[in-house]
Design a protein around this ligand. Structure first.
Ligand code: GLA
Length: 677
């Protein structure tokens, strides 16, 4: 509800002359000046075009309250500028200095038990703290005024991963702000009581002062209150970002951004609401060891980033890693070639470059074992050679800079609020995770080389042939109407179970599930029937269903698949209904992959969904459109060599291709096509 209007004008970040963005976080404050010179020389050797500077340097710039040491930063800015390296200059508010934490411990985040963590980490500040805000604005003003007119500074990097260490604060100041936020949202106490259904357990509030942040266990929190606290917390962090941005704007017109942490979600803040306020949508992306489908998850994140831009324009990969991070249990080094393949996968999906955390591996400090562009072992290493190769490769494909990814026919809707609400509190099946269905449907298209725009749930849906609506748990009337209108206008809409269950206040939409989509789908679920551990039921195609089923009654839809056995035998499991000029499918069960896969095959045929190329699953193909050409990115994530159709100029190896290209296991190619397919 941060009812701050999105700005109409957004300054663009233009790729540096003939290059893409390539570089990373640069933390020179960890090194002595002799190293800076070597850094800059090696950056030039690698072809670095931009660095994010100063992210954690507050304590080294403002050495004690009001006392500034600019000398070192001036020198580093000067060195980078002389070397032709652009700067994405950070406001250093992610890591408050020790003197500030000592003087004002009240700025620290309090957990629900009202414990605070003493300094040592970062982002430990409460976003509602007026004391922190004042200090943060002062350092933001000092940094931005000093460097606003410096020609090397091309972008502002506000703080770092806001919400990463301070997503929720439960202190008394936050409680006061929350009440103000509620007053603004609901107006009166009666409206609030009614929205949250406080008749239950006699929770009725007699005054706003009786309302507290949900410090009780998550399970027993009032669902509406819990969801509003998530929204409020996201809004408070956004307000902090906007306050810093406003200070920067007083002295600079350069684009302002902050780095998101977009993965499968739900995220710590509502990026759909935030994205309108960043001039460049930027992401930090790290693959997870425990994820067996890392390449597909990376594609999902890339498609989601593109969906957060206003018109599917380029975004920026602000951070990823050259190898093992250090925050997982067993940190995985990347396989040979993986740095390039993953970087190109982000660029294929719309990033105008590839940046890393961080430039030089730290020898001290919390992240001393995190990989970097320049490893501890130095330049005689595979990682360094791959970094140099990546720099050259990005230069070879620089013509894609500023271009859009070819339009997608498929949209898939995601919603952090739905994730928050679904994963909180007492539920029919508490082991279900929000991210499962969005990802599995995305994967089925990814395996077929079909592009999907992963969109915020309230995005414009015009022009899509297929709209996938997986577990869109929170759905108000307007949202449901927009999705229904897209079907009426000719799109096919596929809705899964646990969509349209509650309204924006987390109140169940009664009358049969899925309340918000019942009419569109032509079905009515009388009762959820979560499956018990090891319990399996079968569908009419012989496939197995585990985890989730429903007792659904057919309205004016037709049955695609029914339950073949179990208590719901004979009932519909997957249905489809003609809706205006389009169709609406309902998937009431957690389908086995083969069953979902065959539904996708049907949709691909019926809707003639375009495969970028025809290749085995695990071979990724995405096109970016540059002027009148198209550039085809081919990435082989499998362990087999594959032959793919490609005609045109392979830009990285500067070869002409006429028909077939052998793509080695783990290999890649970027082809400027002669004729648009
Ligand atoms: C995040 C942060 C970085 C660093 C990396 C480590 O993305 O922004 O400062 O901590 O994680 O992976």
């Amino acid at each position: 509800m941060a009812d701050v209007a999105a700005p109409d004008h957004r300054p663009q970040l233009r790729p540096p002359q003939g290059r893409l963005f390539f570089g990373g976080d640069y933390n020179p404050e960890q090194w002595d000046p002799a190293v800076w010179r070597e850094d800059v020389r090696l950056m030039q050797e690698a072809g670095v075009t931009i660095v994010s500077l100063g992210i954690f340097s507050w304590g080294l710039i403002e050495t004690s309250e009001g006392v500034y040491d600019w000398e070192w930063l001036d020198e580093v800015v000067g060195l980078l500028h002389e070397a032709g390296i652009a700067i994405d200059l950070a406001t250093p508010t992610a890591a408050p200095p020790s003197w500030l934490l000592t003087a004002h411990p009240e700025i620290l985040v309090l957990d629900p038990e009202h414990h605070s963590q003493r300094p040592g980490g970062r982002l430990g500040w409460c976003p509602s703290s007026p004391v922190f805000r004042e200090y943060a604005m002062r350092i933001t003003a000092a940094v931005s005024e000093r460097y606003a007119n410096h020609p090397a500074v091309v972008m502002w990097h506000v703080s770092n991963e806001l919400g990463g260490g301070n997503a929720r604060c439960y202190c008394d100041v936050s409680a006061v702000r929350f009440r103000e936020w509620l007053t603004e949202r609901y107006g009166t106490l009666d409206v609030l009581n009614s929205a949250w259904g406080t008749g239950f357990w006699g929770h009725r509030f007699g005054s706003f002062e009786e309302v507290f942040p949900p410090r009780c266990p998550r399970d027993v929190a009032i669902p509406g209150l819990f969801l509003d606290y998530e929204r409020f917390s996201s809004d408070e962090l956004l307000a902090h970002y906007l306050a810093e941005k406003a200070v920067i704007r007083r002295s600079s017109d350069a684009p302002v951004t902050t780095n998101f942490m977009v993965g499968l979600g739900p995220h710590v803040v509502d990026y759909a609401a935030w994205s309108a306020h960043v001039d460049v949508v930027a992401n930090d992306h790290y693959t997870l060891v425990r994820d067996p489908q890392r390449a597909q998850e990376l594609a999902f994140a890339g498609d989601r980033m593109r969906g957060l831009t206003r018109d599917r324009e380029p975004w920026l990969l602000m951070e990823h890693s050259t190898g093992a991070p250090s925050w997982q249990e067993r940190n995985r080094a990347k396989d040979p070639g993986e740095i390039l393949r993953n970087s190109l996968a982000h660029v294929a999906r719309g990033s105008d470059g590839a940046m890393f955390f961080q430039w030089r591996a730290s020898t001290a400090g919390t992240e001393q074992f995190h990989s970097a562009m320049l490893p501890h072992a130095g330049t005689d290493t595979r990682v360094w050679r791959e970094i140099v190769e990546l720099g050259q490769s990005l230069t070879s494909i620089a013509e894609v800079g500023g271009s859009s990814v070819a339009p997608a026919q498929v949209a898939l809707l995601v919603d952090d609020e739905s994730g928050w609400a679904l994963e909180q509190g007492l539920k029919p099946h508490r082991a279900l995770r929000y991210g499962f269905e969005p990802r599995r449907w995305h994967q089925l298209f990814w395996e077929r080389q079909i592009l999907v725009d992963v969109l915020p749930a309230d995005a414009d849906l015009a022009g899509y042939d297929l709209i996938v609506v997986p577990t869109l748990y929170v759905t108000d009337e307007a949202r449901a109407a927009r999705i229904a209108a897209a079907a009426e206008a000719g799109a096919t809409v596929l809705v899964t179970y646990l969509s349209g269950i509650v309204d924006a206040t987390s109140r169940v939409l009664a009358g049969g599930y899925p309340g918000a989509f019942r009419d569109l789908l032509g079905v009515r679920t009388e009762e959820f029937r979560p499956l018990q551990r090891e319990e399996i039921v079968h569908l009419s195609d012989g496939s197995e269903v585990a985890e989730w089923s429903e007792d659904t009654v057919l309205g004016d839809a037709e049955v695609v698949l029914g339950y073949a056995d179990g208590p719901g035998a004979g009932r519909p499991a997957v249905t489809r209904r003609r809706a205006g000029d389009g169709h609406a499918w309902y998937v009431s069960a957690r389908l086995a992959q083969e069953s979902a896969s065959s539904i996708v095959d049907t949709l691909v045929d019926e809707l003639q969904l375009r495969r970028e190329i025809v290749a085995p699953a695990g071979v990724e193909a995405v096109r970016r459109r540059t002027g009148d050409a198209s550039v085809l990115f081919l990435l082989n994530h499998t362990s087999e060599d594959v032959d793919v159709e490609a005609t045109g100029r392979e830009l990285i190896t500067a070869r002409d291709l006429t028909g077939t290209l052998r793509l080695p296991a783990g290999g890649w190619a970027v082809v400027r096509e002669v004729a648009r397919p």
